[in-house]
Design a binder for this molecule. Structure first.
Ligand code: GUN
Length: 296
């Protein structure tokens, strides 16, 4: 098994971006990402901290708009309007999940499509399907960058995706299957899929984005030389660790028979997670350039 080292590849991409941003003319404003967080979901706060740290590292300005959990949809829409109209902000994401009482679709649709660096706006989802210039959602984009970095063949390969979320599974399926792009043959599975085991066994590339700890724990399910991409992230109590927990994925990464069976695999942590952040940074810089050049 060879490692798909997201930490390493993400660092390379961040170094490149940092160089590009440092070359911008000193009179120009710098790329600027705004994040709207509603309420105090603890995981969201951790993700946002990672995004902030990465932005500052490469020279992207970062502003957090923290809103309390008792706001309503119209308060969030007003905040979004203000950011949409601010010419000094180039990227805007609303951290998900939103509280249950908020109309998520209305909120996402209100984000200016030109600043929608998460690629969740209906217009941008449509452009992804049409293979037009757009923002690719950060996790699928990060996975694409990782696959390309390691020159993993995709054309004509059977890519099986477990999980159909709007954030990962569905946009990744679109990216993987575009004939003019990665050109894979794609099968998407959910919990009602029949003959799941047989389908998994056919995968040349297996993406696991289900959110079930160690769902894949048996090498007999896998085709020899499969490429495994693990999008899962779970906190496992571990008193031997300083923080009291360790992170593991949807795949039992340390299982020796799984390691023997696959050609490549992403670790957790250090696989897809850092690549997601790299995808977001890349999108923010792209949004900045396009707004500066009036391209979008
Ligand atoms: N919550 C989990 N992943 C994401 C993401 O990629 N973007 C946003 N906005 N929220 C998320």
């Amino acid at each position: 098994m060879k490692l798909l080292d997201g930490k390493l590849v993400s660092q390379k991409l961040r170094d490149q971006l940092k160089k590009q941003i440092s070359k911008l003319h000193p009179n120009l404003d710098k790329p600027h990402l705004a994040v709207v967080l509603v309420g105090d979901n603890q995981s969201s706060k951790v993700y946002i901290k990672q995004k902030e740290k990465a932005c500052l590292e490469v020279g992207i300005k970062f502003t957090l708009y923290q809103m309390t959990s008792n706001v309503d949809t119209s308060d969030i829409l007003s905040q979004i309007d203000q950011i949409n109209n601010d010419p000094l902000i180039h990227g805007l994401i609303v951290q998900l999940p939103l509280p249950k009482n908020i109309n998520k679709d209305l909120v996402i649709s209100r984000i200016s499509a030109q600043k929608d660096v998460d690629g969740f706006h209906p217009e941008n989802i449509g452009k992804l399907l049409l293979n037009k210039n757009t923002f690719k959602p950060a996790t699928p984009y990060g996975i694409e960058l990782l696959i390309k970095h390691y020159q993993i063949p995709t054309q004509g390969q059977h890519c099986v995706i477990l999980g159909k979320s709007l954030i990962v599974g569905q946009p990744l399926a679109n990216l993987m299957c575009l004939e003019t792009g990665l050109g894979a043959t794609v099968t998407c599975c959910d919990k009602n899929t029949k003959n799941m085991r047989e389908i998994i066994k056919m995968a040349d590339i297996l993406v696991v984005a289900v959110g079930k700890h160690h769902l894949i724990n048996d090498a007999n399910w896998l085709k020899p030389n499969v490429v495994i991409i693990d999008v899962g992230i779970h906190k496992i109590n571990d008193k031997t660790k300083k923080r009291g927990f360790r992170l593991e994925g949807d795949v039992d990464f340390h299982n020796p028979s799984i390691q023997d069976k696959c050609a490549y695999m992403t670790p957790v942590p250090g696989g897809v997670g850092p690549m997601t952040v790299a995808g977001l940074l890349q999108n923010t810089y792209q949004g900045y350039q396009e707004q500066k050049n009036g391209k979008m």
